[in-house]
Design a protein around this ligand. Structure first.
Ligand code: SF4
Length: 506
């Protein structure tokens, strides 16, 4: 269970879920069902946009705060008509209740809508550049996703809306944007398009299936789980720097426009993605299980003895089972998650977060008492959650608590959308394993090694910036980014907007 502190940014760097569909009647309903399977990527709000009529260039856009199933109803789909639609589910870090920051963003005049998963590191420089360029349409919000839309629509404003100009516009973006981005968009001619950053940091997959009349239907989504649920039998990963375009007639074009490296975020496998998904053609479940197998060998070599393995729900479960099987120990769900309590890390104030963790996890003390417990979690960020969990185990009478992290020590910030804070706040940036154990109140802390992580994920190249301090992109604007995030956070603190719902027809 990843628990991190409130994010610092006013721009809306965020991890999100995306899906776009074309070539099927009631495309928005299909998008809705896809979003239901991407809900783990964001629970703060969602939106769907459809192209209702290509001839009149009419869109319908609906967005709201909260869970996907609470935002859309049968009534929504009476307006969200059409054969091309796009949806987004948002995991916000700040401004989470501001309906203006929900995606997709739509530029009615330009006839383009898009949604984005990731974080643009040079967002401030690009905003300044746009503002001083003169004659350019400017974003209405602080969202880096809206900035991507405005950069694209400004580029296209004096060009004919051909496939060629759209590819050129995307290539232009790839030369401007620094950071992580998976983007899915559509336009008023009925084209669906998507692209992935030149280092492939954020995931994007293309799916294909036949509809009832034999026509090929395409979808672009953040994870394979959404496509598998919807019956897209053929899926492939969009390559780093690749753009995909499907026109209203169902013609597919794919072009690699700017490829730098293959550096998918290791944290997708460790924590973020659904366990049923494949990321980079590797099963998330198998990767997590392998993380556990490798950790079990390390635990054996360290001579650690225990009576029971306890997963911290829910992402560490596969690893905990693998550890238990290898060590010949029982694996027991002794920390029970109350699924009706909201995430802890978006709460303000340490006391609120501690209270929330107590509400969220409850120990089965009768099974913990007197036992040496191997507690398996996906990661340790600041250590606040870990220390709370260890307290719960101790109060339940555990004889020993050994904390096992399936992720190696997180020592550096993430500039690509995961809210790992500055090094000063990261416990592993300051302390070694023994010091961390002492601070958290554990008898011992065992971390995965970087080599084992790479082996488990079967990846030669990965983004491991938060583990090593080496990032796949230029992060020289990272210091300014961090400083302005701090400023913005102070300015925004206490000014959360009220929940809202946005319906737009244009
Ligand atoms: S820095 Fe870490 S969390 Fe951020 S994208 Fe890279 S691997 Fe993922």
């Amino acid at each position: 269970m990843l628990t991190v502190w409130p994010a610092l940014e006013a721009d809306t760097s965020e991890m999100c879920g995306l899906i776009g569909v074309t070539g099927i009647s009631d495309a928005a309903k299909e998008v809705f069902l896809g979003l239901m399977n991407l809900q783990h990527r964001g629970q703060d709000g969602a939106g769907i946009v459809s192209v209702v009529d290509f001839n009149t260039k009419q869109f319908n856009l609906q967005k709201g705060s909260g869970l996907v199933e609470n935002i859309f109803s049968e009534r929504s789909f009476k307006s969200l008509r059409g054969t091309v639609a796009l949806g987004h589910t948002r995991y916000a870090t700040i401004g989470r209740q501001d309906p203006n920051l929900l995606q997709p963003f739509l530029d009615y005049q330009a006839g383009i809508s898009l949604a984005h998963n990731g974080n643009i590191v040079n967002v401030y420089a690009l905003k300044d550049e746009l503002a001083t360029s003169g004659g350019m349409a400017l974003p209405h919000t602080d969202s880096d996703s809206e900035l991507i839309l405005k950069l694209l629509t400004n580029y296209l404003s004096n060009r004919k809306p051909t496939d060629k100009s759209l590819f050129e516009g995307i290539e232009f973006l790839m030369h401007k944007l620094v950071g992580s981005y998976a983007v899915v968009g559509l336009d008023d001619t009925g084209r669906l398009f998507g692209f992935r950053d030149p280092d492939g940091i954020r995931p994007l997959v293309l799916g294909q299936k036949q509809n009832g009349d034999g026509r090929t239907v395409y979808a672009l989504a953040s994870e394979t789980i959404a496509l598998a649920y919807l019956g897209y039998s053929q899926t492939l990963e969009v390559s780093p720097g690749e753009a995909v375009l499907i026109d209203a007639q169902g013609n597919l074009q794919r072009k690699v426009l700017k490829a730098n490296s293959y550096s998918p975020c290791m944290f997708e496998w460790v924590y973020f993605a659904r366990v049923e998904s494949e990321i980079g053609n590797v099963s998330v479940y198998q990767a997590r299980f392998k993380l556990g197998l490798l950790l079990a060998e390390k635990i054996k070599n360290l001579g650690i003895e225990a009576d029971v393995v306890v997963p911290v729900p829910e992402t560490s479960r596969a690893a905990a089972i693998a550890i238990a099987e290898t060590l010949g120990l029982p694996c027991r769900e002794l920390l029970i998650k109350n699924r009706y309590v909201n995430r802890t890390f978006i709460l303000d104030g340490q006391q609120a977060r501690q209270e929330a963790i107590r509400k969220k996890l409850f120990p089965i003390a009768s099974e913990i008492k007197g036992k040496r417990c191997l507690v398996v979690d996906d990661s340790i960020v600041r250590g606040n959650t870990a220390s709370q969990i260890i307290d719960l185990m101790r109060l339940s009478g555990a004889a020993e608590v050994i904390l096992v992290s399936t992720c190696p020590p997180i020592k550096s910030p993430c500039y690509y959308g995961i809210d790992f804070p500055s090094p000063a706040e990261l416990i592993a940036a300051r302390d070694n394993e023994d010091e961390i154990a002492a601070k958290l109140g554990a008898d011992k802390v065992v971390y995965q090694s970087l080599e084992e992580l790479k082996a488990a994920l079967k990846q030669e190249s990965l983004c491991t910036g938060c583990l090593t301090g080496c990032y796949p992109t230029d992060v020289s604007s990272g210091a300014e980014f961090q400083a302005r995030r701090m400023e913005d956070r102070r300015a925004i603190s206490g000014k959360e907007h009220v929940k809202g719902h946005v319906n737009q027809v244009g």
